[in-house]
Ligand binder design. Sequence first.
Ligand code: AMP
Length: 281
Amino acid sequence: MQTVTTVKEVREILDPIHKKGQTVGLVPTMGYLHDGHLSLIQKAREENDFVVVSIFVNPTQFSPNEDLDQYPRDFERDQVLCEAHGVDLIFHPDASEMYHNHKTYVSVDDLSQKLCGKTRPIHFRGVATVCTKLFHITKADRAYFGQKDAQQFFILNKMVRDLNFDIALRLCPIVRAESGLALSSRNKYLSDAEKEDALVLSRALKEARALLDAGERQSAVILDAMKKVIATAPDAKIDYVKIVDVENLDDVEVIDRDVLVALAVYVGPARLIDNLIFKFQ
Ligand code: AMP
């Protein structure tokens, strides 16, 4: 496994791989790796000849009031985990390598303003821009993303289709702790008591799944039940709980198509997200 910090080095390593006709899988991350990230790496390892993991806490996806400086980092541990999971190359640039007098951004209209985009207005522009750069730098054949950030995946997939990127995006399932809590680097911000409160997210989704499986199709009924579950943790504060169309992320009142049931909840110092996708048949 190699670790490099410059775009030039990535290209020098990958050019011969592409010339040989070998496939490259890319896993973009912000590091502080957990089993969720490792599941994406495993999938990339299964499907490609060469696996690149980028580890970059991308400043353009954080607003000035957000946690860019506090975001957890442990590059040495990340390297050990990548090596153990068969990664071929880590790209670990610093911000000045990625953004030097930067003036160009990629925005995916509409989808980026909904759900998390309401409280994080520049977030998805930053994500789309850094992913565009990573796709171009690596010329990867496939890139791997987690359903944990479902809106991110839908936005990037739209970008890839709208702008004719020659890359396939893969969506991988949410990896959870035994308690049900979706793994996230930001869980590090939580005390034990807050981790207990944070279980209301997965419990609310479990409730939604049970109602859907029982045939409930009125979103209002499901959302109400979810909010009741969240209210059992008095310190948890809802940002949003929504049932939306997977294509346009618009609210759905009666569930007669595939929907994303998504929520964002503040627990202590963290803003946590989780979701499920319901396939209508
Ligand atoms: P991040 O480092 O948080 O930017 O995440 C990098 C990638 O890992 C994104 O595609 C996330 O959706 C994915 N990811 C994060 N948490 C999980 C999880 N619990 N299960 C599956 N994928 C995840």
